[in-house]
Design a protein around this ligand. Sequence first.
Ligand SMILES: [Zn+2]
Length: 169
Amino acid sequence: MTESDLTAGSEVDSYCLKCKDMTNHMIIAMADGKIAKAQCNVCGGRHKYRAAKPSKSTKAKGTTASRAAAGTTLKEKKATAAFEALLKGRDSSESKPYAMTAIFNKNEIINHPTFGLGVVTSIIPANKIEVTFKDGVKILICVLPVSETPEPAKMKKKKIRKVVKEAAA
Ligand SMILES: [Zn+2]
């Protein structure tokens, strides 16, 4: 017997949420050749026809997803709070558009095309800055202010001088 042979009044197996089991049901209503509503012969409850027991894996998946979403929200909230604290009392109109070739200083407000407004929270030699954005901290590439950039040439000279001094002594 196929589903299309069924009519209201026919008996069919359906999952009953009250009985928490597959039970014998009587069809109450059909819609488009399919069972729309059934009545449980065990508890007498009327409900939507369920051909199978709701799978547990679907439930578990939903729980994991909602848990992950909650975690992200909390993290985002924290990041937003840190970002707002950094911007407090400051004029965001003084922001500088972000560019890899631009020079940024610590505490400067930058405007990134993707991440939006951010505050430079750390300078990382030789060519990176740590920026706190509304949705988290990101590391960006940029040219550092001259004073923050170590000069390899000078360092080499110092080392040579030291070696010469040691040789003389
Ligand atoms: Zn039932």
